[in-house]
Design a protein around this ligand. Structure first.
Ligand code: NAI
Length: 325
């Protein structure tokens, strides 16, 4: 048996975690032969609820889970962790503007970035799920000077998976027939789900669907899917977000088999995107890392949308400039 690895999940008593932690515990993230020590973080008012979650994890008698710890202190929850899934964040309250939300979460993610810097494994892989995910990841990375910025990522895999299914259903195919699709930019309604390089069973996606469906149906459907789920379910996407978080981490760790997936990562200036912002790119995961897929042709239609979502991320970065080191 392998030595156990430490996995931190923040917001451990929240909706996403209620699906996520149990699937991590079955081995869906790191493999069915990888023992795990779970280190769950919550805020003090949610510690009772977290206690209940831990009781349930214990009651599952998961063979891979060797220890479970709950804490309301980031320095304890992040101690020696190899993987950190930052799910917990402050929800948008009544009358709260997006700028207020960014600020409230900025404080959380600067504290957590510092704690990861000081207490996590030097090789820790960090996924930020809590919104605004891209900018939260940027703040955490900036507050962790001893870690590489590339160790911090934000989740656009749910958007990617949503786009895969929309295209599969439209073309009457399975998601396994689709490759090359990508989400560019922010995990927000400005994101650009791009079909320019996507193929369905080997054929160019844009030869199979008409431009009107692409521009006026597919793109807005993916962009606004989160709101549509809230409208239908009366609660935000939780199980699908957890599933996407597992996909993101599993591919990062074990590779994506040459397939393009979407991850928000620190921009290195590729495709003329402002360096430094956490921007979702098409990437291929291999050897425990990821690389941006280079050399894709960008149409005027795509460029305009890539820039719109870049502009939003630049504005978000300006709003949190005071939290950057
Ligand atoms: P939730 O409200 O059910 O759970 C959040 C949990 O985080 C709560 O238990 C809360 O006590 C905890 N929390 C708040 N501040 C914390 C802190 N400083 N440290 C540790 N824990 C803290 O929310 P849910 O549904 O689980 O969603 C979590 C986040 O994920 C939200 O920000 C949501 O907008 C975001 N999200 C992101 C998606 C993406 O694709 N990137 C998709 C879906 C949701």
């Amino acid at each position: 048996m392998k030595d156990p690895v430490r996995v931190a999940v923040t917001g451990g008593a929240g909706q996403i975690s209620y699906s996520l932690i149990f699937r991590i515990a079955t081995g869906e993230m790191l493999g069915h032969d990888q023992p795990i020590i779970l280190q769950l973080l919550e805020i003090p008012p949610a510690m009772d609820a977290l206690k209940g979650v831990i009781m349930e994890i214990n009651d599952c008698a998961f063979p891979l889970v060797t220890e479970i710890h709950g804490s309301d202190k980031p320095e304890e929850a992040f101690k020696d962790v190899d993987y950190a899934l930052l799910v917990g964040s402050k929800p948008r309250g009544k009358g709260m503007e997006r700028a207020d939300l960014i600020k409230a979460n900025g404080d959380i993610f600067s504290v957590q970035g510092k704690a990861l810097n000081d207490h996590a494994s030097k090789d820790v892989k960090v996924l930020v799920v809590g919104n605004p995910a891209n900018t939260n990841a940027l703040i955490a990375a900036n507050n962790a000077p001893d870690l590489d910025d590339g160790q911090f990522t934000a989740m656009t895999r749910l958007d990617h998976n949503r786009a895969m299914t929309q295209l599969a259903q439209k073309t009457d195919r399975q998601v396994t027939d689709i490759e090359g699709l990508a989400i560019w930019g922010n995990h927000s309604s400005t994101q650009f789900p791009d079909l320019s390089h996507a193929k369905v069973a080997g054929k160019a996606a844009l030869d199979l669907v008409d431009q009107d469906w692409y521009a006026n149906d597919f793109i807005p459907t993916v962009q606004k899917r989160g709101a549509a789920i809230i409208e239908a379910r009366g609660a935000s996407s939780a199980a699908s977000a957890a599933s996407a978080a597992l996909d993101h981490m599993r591919n990062w760790v074990a590779g994506s088999n040459g397939q393009i997936v979407s991850m928000a990562i620190p921009s290195d200036g590729s495709y003329d995107i402002a360096p430094g912002i956490m921007y979702s790119y098409p990437v291929i995961c291999e050897n425990g890392g990821y690389r941006i897929v280079e050399g894709l042709e960008i149409s005027d239609f795509a460029r305009e949308r890539m820039q719109a979502t870049e502009n939003e991320l630049r504005e978000e970065r300006e709003a949190v400039a005071h939290l950057m080191s």
